[in-house]
Design a protein around this ligand. Sequence first.
Ligand SMILES: [Mn+2]
Length: 336
Amino acid sequence: MAERIREFDPNNFIALIKGLKRVVLTSHINPDGDSLGCEIGFAEWLISIGKEVRVFNHSHIPENYKFLDRESPIIEIFDAEKHAQTIAEADAFFLLDTNDPLRAKSLAPFISAHKNPVLIDHHLDPKDFAKERFIDTDATSTGEMIFNLIKASQKDLGGSISRKAAQALYVAIMTDTGSFRFPRTDSDIFRISADLIDLGADPVVAYNETYNSAKASRVLLIGKCLSSLKFFFDDRLATQAIMQKDLNEAGAVEEEVDGFVQFPLQVATVEFSIFILELREGWKVSFRSKGNKSAAEVSKLFGGNGHFHAAGARIFEKKSFEALHKEICDAVFKFL
Ligand SMILES: [Mn+2]
């Protein structure tokens, strides 16, 4: 089992923030509730203490998270020509909710070339690129870390968590805890969530916008996904897949498969759930595990990374679905 990494010194954070005037934030490709929530929450607080903040993302905001950035939008789609100078002039470039600059896709070379890259994240196996880093692999979410860093800094730095920031950080925590069900859901995270509700987060709006705002195409796609479901090794491994053809037939886009890998975990005997998505080029594989089985270890065999129970990999080698599926089943078998 990977060692917990905790490099989390609020005094370093306070000293760092004090020295910054212009700040740029980014996160990973295909953003989720945590990456967007912590970008927005962190940006709002930085603005409240007088920093100049820009947030650049490689990908657009998925439909179900647009509510987070509707009023006074802060997140911009990255355009190298327009934004390179802003990045070069920034005093720090924060990478949030991923520990590998390559996951920021078109922003990756700008992170690597920056004079002051800073990491705030909770995933395993961080890449060594940041000048300063704040890591807690036991945090439920990067949103939780941002909340704790802000709280620890407010005595020295002031500023406030706006209603918009509170909603964003609440959604970061809600999504990364699987709505307060995943391991590491403890009383602290409920206390933080309660504070965020006191600051204006609305848990009903958060849940309905995030999970009950899908298009019909998503539910059609769930049907296709479940009809691909297969069990192996006495029902200890479950696999599902969605192909480009399925997306086209359902009129759906890739991000609508979010969460599909969870379905087979409902089965008591399942220890590993694998979801394979055919990309336009290559494959995206999601790995989930239960108990003492590590999804991260299996994903590493395919160049992936993540958390102990939840990990992912992207595979760009040319191979057929059948070949990939067999390789994954063979790999999981070794861990059963
Ligand atoms: Mn996260």
